[in-house]
Design a protein around this ligand. Structure first.
Ligand SMILES: C[S@@+](CC[C@H](N)C(=O)[O-])C[C@H]1O[C@@H](n2cnc3c(N)ncnc32)[C@H](O)[C@@H]1O
Length: 288
């Protein structure tokens, strides 16, 4: 399953369908919550199985980092990258993780910021929050906390964070501009946003766009790079940089959308799903 680094321009071609999904924000939130409730309650390891109900898995991190983390967090890792790799974390920093899930990036960050630092994970799925809190308690993490809430309206004071990270979550939001506005509010002046996320390279087949299941699997909620970066700029971010762009093959996209109605439908049989989406690492700063 080779991933290739290449520009979206080079990969552009005839799109399938320029349509927006017809779901209400509430439909999306409900589908997303249901999907991640299932994942939070699973005991099976995510990585290397075909039963993952998540977006990605923990093979995206250096092995040395993974082995140092609680297995309960790694088991439900659902990211599409490793935002801590571009976050420039230092001892004593306060880090906020948007859509923290089982907490993998929070626990990694906790080691980097140390005892004088602080990590706050925000997630809208109660079962993920319970699971992550239990993992933190059982593994003695004193500098990590998990708060139930939406990343569009975070339960945090303004200018709380030195760094905001997020791993495969903003694509799930039905209000992406609001996510970036609230991230801007919560960051300290000069603070860094470090995100891994799924971005669309071409229009998706109509059947995938119309299937809410593919939204909660991190596919059809994704937007194109120009829209994503446009929303960041509109919120006030500067020095926006795409640090990595990994294009997904047909098999990888099928894996993401596994179990959804559209991917299993005869209409998509024989349709080439390669080069439609990519996993991005993007960084940006709040002006000083
Ligand atoms: C694909 S998983 C990624 C979890 C985690 N970042 C990781 O890498 O393992 C998406 C997570 O984001 C949460 N989520 C989705 N939309 C959200 C929103 N609008 N506000 C807060 N959390 C959200 C889900 O509950 C889920 O735990």
């Amino acid at each position: 399953m080779a991933k290739r680094n290449m520009s979206p321009k080079a990969r552009a071609g005839p799109g399938y369908r320029k349509s927006k999904p017809k779901f209400s924000p509430e439909d999306v939130r409900k589908a997303v919550r249901e999907n991640y409730t299932k994942l939070a309650l699973t005991q099976a390891p995510c990585c290397g199985t075909t039963q993952s109900s998540s977006c990605g898995c923990g093979t995206l991190y250096p092995q040395a980092e993974i082995v140092s983390l609680p297995s309960e967090a790694v088991a439900v890792s659902a990211g599409c990258g490793n935002p801590t790799a571009i976050a420039s974390l230092k001892e004593g920093m306060t880090v906020v993780d948007l859509g923290s899930g089982g907490g993998i990036d929070c626990f990694l960050s906790a080691k980097k910021v140390g005892g004088k630092g602080r990590v706050i994970g925000i997630d809208a799925t109660p079962e993920m929050i319970y699971r992550a809190r239990k993992t933190a308690e059982e593994n003695g993490y004193k500098n990590v906390e998990f708060r139930l809430g939406e990343i569009e309206h975070m339960p945090l004071e303004k200018e709380t964070a030195d760094v905001i990270i997020s791993n495969c979550v903003i694509n799930l939001s039905p209000e992406k501009e609001q996510v970036f506005r609230d991230a801007f509010r919560v960051l300290k002046p000069g603070g860094k946003l470090a995100v891994s996320d799924i971005v669309l390279l071409k229009d998706l087949p109509k059947d995938m766009v119309d299937d809410i299941g593919t939204w909660s699997k991190c596919v059809s909620g994704a937007v194109k790079e120009s829209e994503y970066i446009g929303a960041m700029k509109k919120a006030g971010f500067e020095r926006i940089k795409v640090e990595e762009r990994v294009v997904y093959s047909h098999e990888e996209l099928k894996g993401y959308a596994e179990g959804t109605v559209s991917i299993d439908s005869p209409k998509l049989k024989g349709v080439d799903l390669s080069d439609l989406v990519a996993s991005y690492k993007i960084s940006a700063f709040k002006p000083k």
